[in-house]
Design a binder for this molecule. Structure first.
Ligand code: FES
Length: 179
């Protein structure tokens, strides 16, 4: 299983919920009261609602539909329909994750963040496959996260953010125009 960047650390604000993607998995990314960033599948284990539509209450994430509450480790700590009973045997789908170099990394398997640090660029969505974009970019300065088979998100590092952003947007135009 591969490890991918799924967000910038600075985008994951306290009390916020960030939607992300990695391959075909939809993600919810959030920072708990502990300061740790969590990456979960964006799917409630109760009836599969989007957890990203819920609320980040710091100590827990609350589902928008039936109000189940999930602790930072993903376990269910409160079910309103059962008088607030917890269910530690039930958990959100938690992915292995870490924050390094200003990026949030996640993996559905073993987490391997590697050595990638520098001033992070604003991520860019490309409407072409990860493989096509990877063939054009310097792997020491970019990491590419597939978004399904036909799109991807490009994360980069570069001290010259303006020039790097211009290069990436020009590349995106060219690749998307080529279809
Ligand atoms: S769908 Fe999440 S609490 Fe019911």
């Amino acid at each position: 299983m591969s490890t991918y960047i799924v967000a910038l650390d600075r985008e994951v604000l306290p009390e916020g919920l960030v939607r992300g993607r990695m391959d075909t998995a939809e993600l919810v990314i959030w920072r708990g009261a502990s300061g740790s960033v969590h990456v979960w599948e964006d799917r409630c284990p109760h009836r599969s609602s989007r957890l990203s539509a819920g609320r980040n209450m710091g100590a827990y994430l609350e589902d928008p539909y039936h109000g189940w509450r999930f602790a930072e480790d993903g376990t269910v700590i409160h079910v309103p329909a059962e008088g607030g009973k917890g269910h530690p045997e039930i958990s959100a789908h938690v992915l292995a994750s870490a924050v390094t170099g200003g990026f949030v990394w996640a993996s559905a398997g073993v987490l391997e963040t590697g050595d990638f640090a520098g001033p992070p660029l604003r991520p860019l969505h490309f409407g072409v496959s990860a493989n096509r974009v990877a063939a054009e970019l310097d792997p020491t300065k970019t990491r590419i996260t597939p978004w399904g088979a036909a799109a991807c998100m490009v994360y980069g590092i570069d001290p010259d953010a303006m020039a790097a952003h211009r290069m990436l947007t020009a590349l995106r135009r060219r690749l998307e125009a080529a279809g």
